[in-house]
Design a protein around this ligand. Structure first.
Ligand code: ATP
Ligand code: MG
Length: 254
């Protein structure tokens, strides 16, 4: 069984800046993201990775090209409608965690559900489940300042997945972590993509070749263009295994 595309981008062009300082950061990028897959986006500094993530996550609008997120075309949407699409369907993870220091881990995760307009006792339970899923069931009441970098990033992962978005976008999520914590975060992202129901597509920007072993697919970007795509040779089998309810974790570790 092939999982459906949850994000489709076609011929995305993005100009940044104005006048003489204007830069064509993306020069016609097309890609699709499927539920159940962890895709890595790799490329040199300035190649357009963050710009692409910002467009796929409905933070920036493309100069040209079209984007469909969870079946919704973004063409013609105003800022408010785009923000709503983002809140409902996209989870972000940043290099610097971006947690609120005055809120506990649980409150940081709950906030992501609150801004989606979700209310009630169920919200607390869902935030707690998301933290348990990232292995932080014992740190729910801790503040970010009392947690390690790896733990803080796992809170950020919990925040991204709590609302069950179709797409999770991570911009260099391991860059601030040592290799052990970086590996733990990548393994988590791989598990989230391939987990029960395979309900998320995950796209992670990375410079780190050590993270490649976790990927189902690697996209290479240079100078605003996708210049290469590699897929795990066992990618199709992997998806079949997930469809049969087997987890891929052991296979990803080998
Ligand atoms: N606000 C802006 N105005 C003008 N040019 C910009 C702006 N933001 C980014 N750029 C340019 O757009 C290009 C792509 O930038 P982007 O941040 O997407 O690169 P990146 O691949 O994420 O790089 P890095 O690996 O360093 O994070 C670069 O040439 C950058 O200088
Ligand atoms: Mg960047």
């Amino acid at each position: 069984m092939t999982h459906p595309s949850v994000l489709v981008a076609s011929n995305i062009v993005k100009d940044l800046g104005h006048g003489a300082g204007s830069v064509r950061a993306l020069k016609g990028v097309s890609l699709d993201l499927r539920a159940g897959e962890l895709t890595l986006l790799m490329g040199p500094s300035g190649s357009g990775k963050t710009t692409l993530l910002s467009i796929l996550g409905c933070i920036l609008t493309p100069t040209e090209g079209t984007l469909t997120v969870a079946g919704n075309s973004t063409s013609g949407l105003n800022a408010e409608a785009l923000a709503d699409l983002r809140r409902r369907h996209v989870g972000f993870i940043f290099q610097s965690y971006n947690l609120f220091p005055t809120l506990t881990a649980e409150e940081n995760v709950r906030l992501a559900l609150d801004v989606r307009g979700e209310r009630g006792a169920d919200v607390a339970a869902r935030a707690q489940r998301a933290l348990q899923q990232v292995g932080l069931g014992h740190r729910m009441k801790s503040y970010p300042g009392n947690m390690s970098g790896g733990e803080q990033q796992r809170v950020a992962v919990a925040r991204a997945i709590a609302g069950k978005p179709s797409v999770i976008l991570a911009d260099e999520p391991t860059a601030a972590l040592d290799s052990e914590n970086g590996n733990a975060v990548m393994e988590l992202l791989s598990e989230i993509a391939s987990g029960v129901g395979a309900e998320h597509a995950v796209l992670a920007v990375t410079h780190d070749p050590r993270t490649m072993k976790y990927a189902d697919r690697i996209l290479k970007i240079e100078d605003g263009r996708i210049v290469g795509e590699e897929r795990r040779p066992d990618g199709v089998d992997t998806i079949h295994q997930i469809a049969r309810g087997k987890k891929r974790k052991t296979d990803a570790k080998s």
